[in-house]
Design a protein around this ligand. Structure first.
Ligand code: FAD
Length: 140
């Protein structure tokens, strides 16, 4: 997939991607899924899931470090969204991230995490607690 340019097709060109659209990605995942659900999932989770989030919302330092490696297939990300009470309806997410001096401490339990055995990096959807308050926007 890396050799075919599929791993970086949607990332911004400044980080080595091809800057292609969401529709392009939908076409790729449909074509992969026609032949193999496994291949489609292997592409979907790291690229459309994790990589797309990083490209859209990551810091410049994170993007410069991870995106070129993801494009070459050297870093495999995964995605932790679903929970026991949060499948299609993500208002059920209960995982919490609490900030401390060095970053965030995550508490919670995710299910259905594809590629978890091989992943180098995980994007986890969680609520963010600051003091006693939960921030109104969840974060990854
Ligand atoms: C091959 C595969 C790989 C996956 N990989 C990952 C992964 O890497 N990381 C990850 O986090 N998750 C992963 N998942 C899980 C996926 O995110 C969940 O399966 C999906 O979010 C749906 O959740 P659910 O199966 O609990 O279905 P449910 O939430 O129980 O939904 C069942 C049905 O009810 C409908 N429904 C549910 N709630 C509502 C509502 N409030 N209003 C209207 N309709 C509703 C849904 O549309 C659906 O038709 C994977 C799933 C599959 C099949």
């Amino acid at each position: 997939m890396a050799e075919m340019g599929l791993l970086g097709m949607s990332f911004r060109e400044e980080f080595g991607g091809a800057g292609m659209s969401v529709l392009d990605q939908v076409i790729v995942v449909e074509e992969l899924a026609k032949h193999s659900m496994l291949a489609a999932n292997l592409w979907f989770v790291p690229v459309f899931g994790g990589g797309y989030l990083l490209d859209q919302f990551g810091s410049k330092v994170q993007k410069e470090y991870y995106l070129p490696k993801m494009i070459k297939g050297e870093v495999l990300p995964t995605l932790g969204i679903a929970e026991e009470a949060a499948g299609a309806d993500l208002s059920g997410v209960r995982t919490e991230a609490v900030s401390d001096r060095e970053g965030y401490i995550l508490t919670g339990e995710k299910i259905f995490v594809s590629l978890w055995k091989n992943a180098d990096l995980a994007f986890i959807l969680s609520l963010v607690r600051e003091g006693k308050q939960i921030r109104d926007t969840p974060a990854c």
